[in-house]
Design a protein around this ligand. Structure first.
Ligand code: F6P
Length: 325
């Protein structure tokens, strides 16, 4: 087997806190173990535009604690087409790369799988998305930070909700998934959690809110995942207001959830997965996304990361009503 010499690393899709920590681990562990590590800037587009430079130990200093991604990121339209993938493969080949490590969400894993049809170099993915919606890892890099960011905001909203005895709908991110909403909702004692994975019936939701109010609750919080099939929090809030005869207040948290210093959980996860990705390359494992399942470091074939559905903790969901008092 050819010894890996030249490894490219990039971050792609939505930034998530801990991506920097992962690049740092890949770079430092990679260099210590004899690899040459190159940063590719701007996601997959950075390959096509050849925005590539070699990283050394100092290039990744003082980034462990920083959110976002110093490599910058993107959602390249050009790379989504086969033509772009063929061009990227040729550039990687011409520049003598042996392997590519990409950190991102399901779009990134799809990108790596597509590239594998055109390039014989070795490919590894790291799960980096606040949505936590990838199969093959218990948590994705950035999820914990996003949940903590949202929690901080919700605790503040709770103060206002209590001061006025109001019903608040708070919208959190998660394009097609409710992981952020479920964790935030349970950790803030929400009366209801609205997510795309379960059908939302507006009359049932109104009943829940009325029940919560009837329990003499001084405030009612409903956490809504942005991707719910009924619509966003504003749409659901309007319908709910009509049914409960009270104006629901809506707060959309948006991008505030994504950035900020990574939590200790995200720094450790990113560091472990980054170092493990290098070990995988050195021991001849590739073609998949590294992850952590029940504390074990694993690798899952790219396609399974988006085609298989990550299971929800149904038991916890079932407790939401009882927990809210
Ligand atoms: O996938 C991460 C995420 O933050 C989603 O939760 C959100 O729907 C989406 O990215 C927003 O994407 P963009 O940054 O392109 O607006």
């Amino acid at each position: 087997m050819k010894t890996i010499m030249k490894v490219g690393v990039l971050t792609s899709g939505g930034d998530s806190s801990g991506m920097n920590a992962a690049v740092r681990a890949i770079t430092r562990v990679g260099i210590r173990r004899g690899l040459q590590v190159f940063g590719i800037y701007g996601g997959f587009q950075g390959i096509l535009d050849e925005v590539i430079s070699e990283l050394n130990s100092l290039s990744v200093s003082r980034i462990l604690h920083r959110g976002g991604t110093f490599l910058t990121t993107g959602r390249s339209e050009e790379f989504k087409n086969e033509e772009g993938q063929v061009k990227a493969a040729k550039i990687l080949e011409d520049r003598g790369f042996d392997a590519l490590i990409a950190i991102g969400g399901d779009g990134t894993m799809r990108g790596l799988a597509a590239l594998s049809n055109h390039w014989k170099g070795r490919l590894i993915g790291l799960p980096g998305t606040i949505d936590n919606d990838l199969f093959g890892t218990d948590y994705t890099i950035g999820f914990d930070t996003a949940v903590n960011n949202a929690l901080e905001a919700l605790d503040k909203i709770r103060d206002t909700a209590e001061a006025f005895s109001r019903v608040f709908l708070v919208e959190v991110m998660g394009r097609h998934s409710g992981f952020i909403a479920v964790h935030v909702g349970i950790a803030t004692g929400a009366s209801a959690i609205v997510i795309p994975e379960t059908p939302t019936k507006i009359d049932d939701l109104a009943q829940r809110v009325n029940n919560a109010k009837a329990k003499a609750k001084t405030s009612v919080l409903v956490v809504v995942a942005e991707g719910d099939e009924l619509g966003n929090a504003n749409v659901i809030g309007d319908e709910l207001s009509k049914r409960i005869g009270d104006k629901c207040r809506v707060s959309v948290l948006g991008y505030i959830q994504r950035g900020g210093n990574p939590t200790h959980m995200d720094r450790i996860l990113a560091t472990r997965l980054g170092a493990f990705a290098v070990e995988c390359l050195l021991t001849g494992k590739d073609g998949g996304m590294v992850g952590e399942i029940n504390g074990e470091l694993t690798m899952t074939p790219f396609e399974e990361t988006w085609s298989k559905k990550k299971p929800f903790d149904e038991w916890m969901m079932g407790l939401v009503d009882e927990l809210s008092g």
